[in-house]
Design a protein around this ligand. Structure first.
Ligand code: IMP
Ligand code: MG
Length: 171
């Protein structure tokens, strides 16, 4: 695998994260939000997003993985790391790096909704609509991108390139 070209630059990410923070602030005006970041890929996005938001936030993380026989998710999702927060009655915002097939996130939404939160919304930095299998759409989306494999800004290929400040495609 090699890095090809920059898909989203550092400046573009920064500008869009600021806009997303404003959108989220408007949606939750006057309320407190529990941000649940999806590890590991969303760790950089969560860190930047909460620093641009005015809304009072708490932050937790959840680790979910989906397994498939090929590169597409099979529908089997495993929770590898649980939440430390009680989400009953809370406004929950799941923050993830990429909405791809949607299998992982739709499972996460189901698991969280079973714990009686006041609301559950989803925010993703990137959306690959062409790849969708599960019935899910995000409430807040940074950028829609084509079906390419991307790394950087927290995202990896086999644990490489998470530290890049921009998003690039690999092949
Ligand atoms: P899905 O929506 O269940 O297919 O899984 C989405 C997850 O797969 C994302 O949260 C990422 O962790 C990972 N993923 C999907 N596409 C990419 C990519 O292009 N680069 C890095 N990780 C990806
Ligand atoms: Mg992920």
């Amino acid at each position: 695998m090699i890095l090809n070209r920059i898909i989203v630059s550092e400046d573009q990410i920064s500008a869009r994260v600021g806009e997303l923070a404003d959108e989220i602030d408007s949606a939750y005006f006057g309320q407190r939000v529990l941000i649940i970041g999806a590890l590991k890929g969303a760790f950089v996005f969560v860190a930047d997003l909460v620093r641009r938001m005015m809304t009072e936030t708490e932050v937790d993380f959840l680790s979910l993985s989906s397994y498939g026989v090929d590169s597409r998710s099979s529908g089997t999702v495993e929770t590898r790391l649980g939440l430390s927060s009680d989400i009953t009655g809370r406004h929950v915002l799941i923050v993830d790096d990429i909405l791809d097939t949607g299998v992982t996130l739709s499972h996460a939404v189901e698991v969280l909704k079973a714990q009686s939160p006041a609301s559950v919304k989803v925010c993703v930095l990137l959306d690959k609509p062409e790849r969708r299998i599960a019935q899910i759409s995000a409430d807040f989306i940074g950028f829609a991108i084509p079906d390419v494999f991307v790394v950087g800004y927290g995202m990896d290929y086999a644990e490489r390139w998470r530290g890049l400040p921009y998003i690039a495609d690999v092949s």
